[in-house]
Design a protein around this ligand. Structure first.
Ligand SMILES: Nc1ncnc2c1ncn2[C@@H]1O[C@H](COP(=O)(O)OP(=O)(O)OP(=O)(O)O)[C@@H](O)[C@H]1O
Length: 252
């Protein structure tokens, strides 16, 4: 992966400023967290990076590539995969079929949406890769079961598997621990660490679970009211007076 650089990005919705001149860099191979109170602009930031929202000002680059000129599927094809806060997967389809949706981004035009016919050999290769990814995430045993019949934690991992199936070099995870119990959260933390170390994929993580974030991130960017108020190591940001104030609403 090359660096992801957001520079002076602003996003307005009418009179509301969702992102106000934000800049930060996600380094190759890093585990970078984006945190902040409710409404701080974290999801808006993800939507800008993945091409769903066009910012009012600023630049977003992956290496030399200007991401703001690209549609979401082109951003995905450049190696930015995204797992969603509420999984957008089909409960009636099997885990495998859901994960195969991720392979779609790799194929010109999209073999599922675009009607480009794959040979049976290509289909087999995609399915084998999808199974491999599910095995890696520890959900291999559930791969042929309908997603809706499985525990929420497995469904969350299936959505991460779908994002990994796009073969990203940077994975965006939007609140992956939301709705998970303590054990599932601990397993997820270990899994995110393995995605970075074993697969050499950088992770940009939006998450409210501070213990999870501070335990695994090596860089943390803190947003508040659409602005970057701190950017540094977990140790740096935890003691930053502006961050303490934003979270606790008190002056230090
Ligand atoms: N499509 C939209 N139209 C209008 N306003 C929006 C839109 N998306 C986000 N906003 C507003 O932009 C601001 C930032 O919202 P955003 O969802 O990015 O914050 P967040 O940090 O992800 O919050 P949360 O932690 O609650 O998910 C909020 O005031 C929100 O209401």
């Amino acid at each position: 992966m090359t660096e992801l650089v957001l520079q002076n990005v602003s996003l307005r919705f009418g009179g509301l400023i969702a992102l106000d001149d934000i800049s930060f860099t996600v380094s190759p191979g890093s585990l970078h967290a984006l945190i902040g109170p409710n409404g701080a602009g974290k999801s808006s930031c993800f939507n800008v990076i993945s091409g769903l929202y066009r910012p009012t000002a600023g630049t977003v680059r992956l290496g030399v590539q200007d991401l703001l000129r690209l549609a979401p599927h082109r951003v995905a094809r450049l190696g930015i995969g995204r797992a969603f806060q509420n999984t957008a997967l089909s409960p009636h389809s099997t885990v495998l079929d859901n994960v195969l949706l991720g392979r779609h981004a790799l194929t010109r035009g999209g073999f599922l949406a675009g009607g480009l016919r794959l040979t049976s050999r290509q289909e087999r290769l995609h399915a084998a890769r999808a199974r491999e990814i599910c095995d890696f995430l520890g959900i291999g045993a559930s791969v042929d079961r309908p997603l809706g019949a499985l525990p929420y934690g497995v469904a969350k991992l299936a959505d991460i598997a779908r994002a990994l199936a796009t073969e990203p070099s940077l994975l965006l995870l939007d609140e992956p621990a939301a709705g998970l119990n303590t054990d599932e959260t601990a397993e997820l933390a270990a899994m995110i660490g393995q995605i970075r170390t074993d697969l050499d994929i950088a992770v940009l993580l939006v998450e409210h679970d501070m213990e999870l974030v501070m335990g695994i991130a090596d860089q943390v960017t803190v947003l508040d009211f659409g602005r970057v108020i701190a950017d540094g190591t977990p140790a740096d940001v935890q003691t930053d007076p502006d961050v303490v104030k934003a979270y606790l609403g008190v002056t230090t």
